[in-house]
Design a protein around this ligand. Sequence first.
Ligand code: CMC
Length: 391
Amino acid sequence: NGYFTYDPGFMATAACESKLTFIDGANGVLLHGGYPIEQLADKSDYLETCYLLLNGELPNAEQKTDFVDTIMRHTMVHESLTNFFRGFRYDAHPMSVMVGVVGALASFYHDSLDINNPEHRQISAHRLIAKMPTLAAMCYKHHIGQPFMYPDNSLSYSENFLHMMFGTPCDDPKVNPVLARAMDKIFLLHADHEQNASTSTVRLAGSSGANPFACVAAGIATLWGPAHGGANEAVLEMLEEIGTVDNIDTYIAKAKDKSDPFRLMGFGHRVYKNFDPRAKVMKETCDEVLAELGLDNDPLLAIAKRLEQIALEDPYFIEKKLYPNVDFYSGIIMKAIGIPTEMFTVIFATGRTVGWIAHWNEMISNPYKIGRPRQLYTGHTARDFVALDKR
Ligand code: CMC
């Protein structure tokens, strides 16, 4: 036992080397390929950021056009996949559906099993980025009983997602550009976050040589938990439960009470001990979307703003360095756009897919070993078997 470092929760363990993303949690810094997230959110877009994560550099104009064309060419899913959706109950949680259908993509693309071929790895990455919005929108359409909408490749990535979510064959309104831009920022701000639980899961699954679709399905399963991607859904449920600004103090007291398991959802982060830089951009985007939709007086936003203010001034939150994280404002934006709460984590998964696949590819492209942690054994020492009639 003495040979192993005991580090539950990997608080002090670097599991790999990576060139993709840098986080300075103490100062609230997040860089992709060296570029600050604030600049990418302001000047770039989701697909350009995908290119950066996959290739290490921003694309020039020609590379960008080629990349966008390639991704949009892969947006359709095999028609047989529609049968998978029909096998799910209409009220299935969309994350449970996503775990299944993304894993099932490997059964359609046999080249994905050939993980040692860089071209096959690249096409799997493109397929995943392209098909995630289609699959996500199909989950929603199945849930509400509307026909699946085919992708429209003349639209941008995020416009296309909103078209597949909210269009129908009888009424397919033009997507509001402010909402499409907000959607794009949500995808971009979730694109990668180094070795978080789901990305570490993808790497660990990939270290056995598993195919990329199976690895990303494992990442989706991990993201579902409320301490990770499920938090955006939990934030909105919490704001709805609080109901009015007058109730906030009760919930703050609950969050501070150690005998109460309640936590303020959307606050705190394993790495950021400062403002999550993504939360700042999210907050600005939230204001833009609510202004565009004339929802500036949204009661949930009022609760969120007051909650944030109180938490930032309260000694408990200051001492524990609990700041709003990326999930705090994303839920309000998505609700305003009309996306139902149970789809929030699916949208996180859609944006994070590039991070998962970029990490997987980085690992496979370099020398790696199967991930195999050890343990500190705390069970019985050796003892003799006891016959059934003697127990
Ligand atoms: N509300 C109240 N107290 C909290 C909260 C919170 N949201 N988060 C942490 N604490 C307290 C916790 O009780 C502990 O107190 P003490 O030291 O007295 O035992 C202390 O702060 C440290 O917390 P921890 O659980 O040891 O910290 P961690 O790094 O293991 O957990 C976290 C990080 C994100 C799981 C946690 O802060 C949390 O549960 N937050 C709410 C859920 C949430 O918003 N998750 C989204 C994370 S960002 C998106 C993503 O990357 O997935």
